[in-house]
Design a protein around this ligand. Structure first.
Ligand SMILES: [Zn+2]
Length: 350
């Protein structure tokens, strides 16, 4: 069985916005260079597989018909703008369908025990795509499509989505906001300070989904220690949920100096994140964990942080985790975690 199966193709670089746009095709080169380095240096059983295109029928279980047709039409016309920060070219519709397909495929490889872990190395990203609209460089919600596929086609009852991108995954959160078969947990920049302007801790879900949406919103400048405390706090809820699989929206834009991010993480925090996520999967769902790429725009360090995250996911424990036991989070993070506790007290144990 593969230690990690990556799903990647050069076709993901065909979708592009303007030249200066941070969500650039080069991001994927940096990620795949990290994979190549690990393959050269270590003896893990890694593989890279070609992506499959998503079935439009499956896409329509997450997105309304009009949204799909709008993306198709703009692409067919040669491209254009769909929101202030998000444009399409002639390939976008086709490539976004491959990104959703690759994310579903990654989940499938883990579900079918062909890979212990998987990673869909895709563009465009997906977590800002709502069922009815595109935005935040996203068109179709890749991770939501994968979760929906596991539930509809494989009979899953409990899928946990952990979103460590620096931005709140408004699309993913809202798509499952009324449901308990998907737990959505996100650690992100406080909506008062950053895109998309939602993701407050009192947004806990509605009807059956009440308690199954967990938002941990942290302040600008959040460092590795605070972020990792928040991640551990969030993973404690994931453990209680007892998921059958963990899907991870992996963004690297919480790294210090990211042109689109407001946090101040050091690269080692990503090793710790990969490690902690893998541990929770091992303890709770036979190690089933499948990742998909979201943001991360600091090109000169993308290879480094991708490599660190992957090594963590493979079980390499970083020294920074020891620091966590001796260093408390800052007052503002303590107060945020208290707020999350307050809103979720009736659903989870703290
Ligand atoms: Zn982001």
């Amino acid at each position: 069985m593969y230690d990690i199966a990556f799903i990647y193709s050069e076709i993901f670089k065909k979708h592009a916005m303007d030249r200066a746009h941070p969500e650039s095709p080069q991001r994927l080169d940096e990620f795949m260079n990290a994979v190549a380095e690990i393959q050269k240096e270590k003896s893990y059983n890694l593989t890279t597989l070609m992506p499959e295109i998503i079935d439009e029928e499956l896409l329509l279980s997450v997105h309304v018909h009009d949204h799909l047709e709008k993306i198709r039409a703009i692409s067919k016309a040669g491209g254009g703008m769909i929101s202030v920060d998000t444009t399409l070219n002639e390939h976008t519709f086709f490539i976004a369908k491959y990104a959703a397909g690759a994310t579903k495929q990654a989940a499938q490889l883990v579900d079918e025990n062909q890979a212990k872990r998987s990673f869909a190395v895709v563009r465009p990203p997906g977590h800002h795509a709502e069922s009815t609209s595109a935005g935040g460089f996203c068109y179709f919600n890749n991770v939501a499509v994968a979760a929906e596929w596991l539930i509809q086609y494989k009979g899953y009852n409990k899928v946990a989505i952990v979103d460590i991108d620096q931005h709140f995954g408004n699309g993913t959160s809202h798509i499952f906001y009324h449901r308990k078969d998907v737990l959505y947990v996100s650690i992100h920049g406080h909506p008062k300070y950053t895109y998309p302007g939602s993701g407050f801790p009192n947004e806990t879900g509605v009807v059956e989904g009440k308690g199954y949406n967990v938002n941990v919103a942290l302040l600008p400048g959040t460092d590795s220690i605070d972020w990792l405390h928040a991640l551990k706090f969030s993973l404690n809820i994931v453990k209680q949920y007892q998921p059958e699989i963990i899907l991870v929206s992996v963004g690297f834009d919480a790294l210090g100096g990211d042109p689109v991010g407001i946090f101040n993480l050091e690269p080692n925090a990503f090793t710790a994140a990969g490690y902690l996520l893998n541990e929770v999967a091992k303890e709770n769902c036979d190690g089933k964990i499948s990742c998909t790429l979201e943001g991360g725009y600091k090109i000169d360090q993308l290879k480094e942080v991708s490599k660190k995250f992957i090594l963590g996911l493979l079980g390499n424990e970083p020294a920074i985790l020891k620091k966590l036991t001796t260093t408390k989070p800052s007052n503002h993070t303590v107060s945020m975690l208290k707020q999350v506790k307050k809103f979720h007290n009736e659903f989870w144990k703290f």
